[in-house]
Design a protein around this ligand. Structure first.
Ligand SMILES: Cc1cc2nc3c(=O)[nH]c(=O)nc-3n(C[C@H](O)[C@H](O)[C@H](O)COP(=O)(O)OP(=O)(O)OC[C@H]3O[C@@H](n4cnc5c(N)ncnc54)[C@H](O)[C@@H]3O)c2cc1C
Length: 488
């Protein structure tokens, strides 16, 4: 017989301090792991079954990596951590008074009590009040987003090969990326590489080199957090690759066939483009609002919640909020803020249980930022040092290999990078209709995916029919009747 640990079960101990962690992203995962040796029971509640390495989503969208390489199952990552349990569910309620978290999956509700809570639910895409744009310009926040975009990008080239007019071809071969931050720059660079390098021999009627890739931003520069110098260098590199960079350009409308841009003088221009990518803004998880309503902590315009210097909420020292959800000292929305914040929260919890003196306030250590532009070209900012080109790209490669979760993923990602960067191929070009349309179909259901779950009772007739068919199949084989005319 297997004991609990062999079965991968948690070793929950009655009366032990219960930590609930919301989210399986950088904050959630690193916070949970930091409690590995603590005398606590950890329950991670997350709405996906994977830990997502968001910085490489653009490579899934453009066919370089598979989704598995950047989104390993959280359950597998934590399999050896006996004090941790993972449950699937979207947190819909946090009751700070009762100290419970309510989560839902397919209409099933679960209530999880806690003694300490770490909220690391991250941020979603912001369309600045124009959520109707989302249907035509998917964001880049989830595996679903990346696969949908992969389908749309590769699908646009396929449809262009079939187009009957010049106008239609141009519309299909125009790709617009909205937002010139790191994600927008990386997407624009990769779509340009696809068009100019990867796909150039694959089509007969169209010349993929004719594709227009446009990067738009309302801001006056590319990559503002990297400073003016690196921003200018990035713009120059993109333009050399054939990307049209339009700055001071605000998107005011998006539809199926294109978008409308307004410049600073108020003039409007329409760009016909079937494929649009939205990489322009973030909105913190709506759980911030729930927490704000119960504590009075302020929310900023992006929905981020103000936290105390020790990352707790006013009047609730047992509740920590970390990562993209917080507004503290102008900290950026980057992975290291989430990782370091979650480790800090775990340290405070362990310290309290050991009756140690309180930790000093949370202090973020900036390890630098980097963004790739194309193969062999990147920009990096480490302290005051600015690096561009191949050296920056090598730094990018090193950091991403180190931080990708799991040895298996590192090896396969390296293989795929070799194919894409040294050769001209892409290992993950598979795109299906469901990738492109499933989300739209689900959004039309009244109760979302819950509407797709059938009452077990409704399956009885199907079961009877399947059983009868299986009996008939087995009889045909056993009676040697295959290939012989049936004698009635
Ligand atoms: C495309 C892209 C590229 C990026 N590139 C970089 C980069 O190069 N370098 C860098 O440092 N940072 C980068 N970032 C930012 C970085 O990924 C985030 O700062 C980081 O992920 C924040 O960590 P987090 O734990 O706060 O949130 P996340 O990592 O987003 O995790 C949030 C978790 O909460 C879960 N969740 C959300 N709502 C609920 C709910 N209601 N119930 C249950 N679970 C929920 C989500 O499923 C997810 O598991 C990038 C982000 C994106 C989107």
């Amino acid at each position: 017989m297997l004991d609990n640990e062999d079965m991968g079960a948690t070793t929950e101990t009655a009366g032990r301090h219960r930590v609930v962690v919301i989210g399986s992203g950088f904050g959630g995962l690193f916070g949970t792991k930091a409690l590995r040796r603590a005398d606590v029971d950890v329950t991670m509640v997350a709405k996906t079954t994977h830990h997502l390495f968001q910085p490489l989503l653009y490579q899934v969208a453009t066919g370089i990596l598979s989704q598995g390489e950047i989104a390993p199952p959280t359950r597998e990552i934590l399999a050896d951590q006996a004090n941790a349990r993972v449950i699937l569910g979207e947190v819909t309620g946090i009751d700070l008074e009762a100290r419970t978290v309510t989560s839902q999956v397919l209409g099933r509700a679960t209530i999880t009590p806690y003694d300490s809570l770490i909220v690391a639910a991250g941020a979603g895409q912001s369309y600045f009040g124009n959520d109707q744009f989302a249907e035509f310009a998917p964001g880049m926040k989830s595996v679903d987003d990346a696969l949908e975009l992969r389908g749309r990008i590769f699908g646009a080239f396929e449809l262009a090969e079939l187009a009957e007019t010049e106008e239609e071809t141009v519309r299909l071969l125009t790709f617009v990326v909205v937002g010139a931050g790191p994600t927008g720059v990386e997407m624009a660079g990769q779509i340009a590489e696809l068009a100019h390098r990867t796909l150039r021999r694959d089509f007969r009627r169209i010349n993929t080199h004719d594709a227009r890739v446009i990067l738009l931003d309302a801001a006056p520069q590319v990559l503002p957090p990297f400073g003016a110098k690196l921003g200018a260098a990035t713009k120059k590199t993109l333009e050399k690759m054939g990307v049209e960079v339009q700055l001071g350009a605000m998107v005011i409308d998006v539809d199926e066939r294109g978008l409308v841009v307004q410049d600073k003088a108020g003039d409007k221009t329409r760009i016909d483009a079937v494929t649009k990518v939205w990489a322009a803004g973030v909105q913190a998880s709506s759980l911030g609002k729930t927490l704000s309503e119960q504590t009075g902590a302020a929310l900023d315009r992006a929905g981020r919640i103000s936290v105390n210097p020790d990352l707790t909420l006013p009047g609730h020292p047992e509740v920590f909020v970390v990562g993209d959800m917080i507004s503290l000292d102008n900290l950026p929305g980057v992975a290291q803020v989430a990782i370091q914040g979650a480790k800090y929260a775990s340290r405070v919890i362990k310290g309290r249980l050991a009756n140690k003196p309180p930790e000093k306030p949370f202090k973020y250590f900036d390890k630098g930022s980097m963004a790739t532009i194309s193969r062999f070209k990147a920009v990096a900012l480490v302290g005051r040092i600015r690096v561009t080109g191949f050296i920056a790209w090598l730094m990018w490669l090193g950091v991403h290999i180190v931080y990708l979760t799991g040895f298996k993923n590192r090896v396969t990602a390296l293989g795929h990078w070799t194919i894409s960067f040294l050769g001209s191929g892409r290992a993950e070009r598979t795109a299906t209709e469901q990738q492109i349309f499933a989300r739209m179909a689900i959004s039309r259901l009244e109760r979302g995916t819950s509407d797709l779950v059938t009452d077990p009772g409704e399956w009885n007739d199907v079961r009877l029919e399947l059983e009868a068919r299986a009996l008939e199949e087995a009889h045909l084989t056993d009676a040697g009747m295959r290939g012989r005319a049936r004698v009635s």
